[in-house]
Design a protein around this ligand. Structure first.
Ligand SMILES: Nc1nc(=O)c2c([nH]1)NC[C@@H]1CN(c3ccc(C(=O)N[C@@H](CCC(=O)O)C(=O)O)cc3)CN21
Ligand SMILES: O=c1ccn([C@H]2C[C@H](O)[C@@H](COP(=O)(O)O)O2)c(=O)[nH]1
Length: 277
């Protein structure tokens, strides 16, 4: 994962000091791109141990259209707890926009089903896009996540805002535009999650996985992650692991946690860090 360490080093050494919504303070750059060829291995960061379990459950939860943390909690995943209401609600976040974007006629749009159908029928299309950025549902930045949820808004504005697919030579590639990126905590999750989603969609569309292209808006290192970043940058990346996916599954909504097996993952020890809320 040289690409990831290069991003981290670039922002540490070249980033501008910038204040932010959480009051923590960051070093930040605007605009950056990484590319992962998915045939070279599964892009899970090896220079600290990452919890694939949380990543897989979060992705299945998005695909299910779920926006309540109950499913995550039942499976021991707590990464969304700080933003949820007492009842576990997060408002109309990713799962809602992906599967039930509200249409003006009162119906809802299942963007994922439409995408799979389009990839199968019109693989050359240049409109293979999913958007989570629904301006009507964005939170009020001056209110807490929980107060936004009470008002029917998203707890947090989508960070992975839109992604596009591309089919050429039998391979499926995906590019994500991430408007805001917590490089130390969020980005390892985001890379693995979109790489896995690309592999899953490739499988159900009878394509091979191509590249995952990760494009950033504001890519930042929080000031209270500085020691963790220095430690991680002293480590040398190891060979990438691979992921075995149950090849029987041909329906994007039929994947279960048990259908994924991580192989040959030999990371350096975990590096704990506080999350900015
Ligand atoms: N500041 C911030 N960074 C994020 O990455 C982030 C948010 N906020 N808000 C919404 C989601 C939640 N995400 C999170 C939240 C926490 C961790 C985290 O604490 N990770 C630890 C433990 C992982 C685990 O429990 O599995 C880590 O070491 O990776 C990661 C992603 C990504 N997003
Ligand atoms: O998937 C995610 C979700 C969130 N983040 C980070 C990026 C920012 O540090 C915060 C969100 O704060 P905003 O003020 O709304 O930008 O969460 C991430 O990296 N990946």
């Amino acid at each position: 994962m040289k690409q990831y360490l290069d991003l981290m080093r670039h922002v540490r050494d070249q980033g501008c000091e910038k204040s932010d919504r959480t009051g923590t303070g960051t070093k930040s750059v605007f605009g950056y791109q990484m590319r992962f060829d998915l045939s070279e291995g599964f892009p899970l960061v090896t220079t600290k141990k990452c919890h694939l379990k949380s990543i897989v459950h979060e992705l299945l939860w998005f695909l299910n259209g779920d926006t309540n943390t109950a499913y995550l909690k039942e499976n021991g995943v707590s990464i969304w707890d700080e933003w949820a209401s007492e009842e576990g609600d997060l408002g109309p976040v990713y799962g809602y926009q992906w599967r039930s974007w509200p249409a003006p006629n009162g119906e809802s749009i299942d963007q994922i089903s439409q995408l799979i159908d389009m990839i199968k029928r019109k693989p050359d299309s240049r409109r293979l896009i999913i958007s989570a950025w629904n301006p009507a549902d964005l939170p009020d930045e001056s209110m807490s996540p929980q107060d936004n949820v009470k008002e029917g808004r998203m707890a947090l504005a989508p960070c992975h805002t839109m992604f596009q697919f591309y089919v050429a030579e039998g391979k499926l590639s995906c590019q994500l535009y991430q408007r805001s990126a917590d490089i130390f905590l969020g980005v390892p999750f985001n890379i693995a999650s979109y790489a896995l989603l690309t592999m899953m969609i490739a499988q159900v569309c009878d394509l091979e996985p191509g590249d995952f292209v990760h494009t950033f808006g504001d890519a930042h290192l929080y000031s209270n992650h500085a020691e963790q970043v220095d430690l991680q940058l002293q480590r040398t990346p190891k060979t990438l692991p691979s992921i075995k996916i149950n090849s029987q599954v041909k329906d994007i909504f039929a994947f279960r946690f048990e259908d994924f097996e991580l192989q040959n993952y030999d990371p350096d020890p975990h590096i704990p860090a506080p999350v900015a809320i």
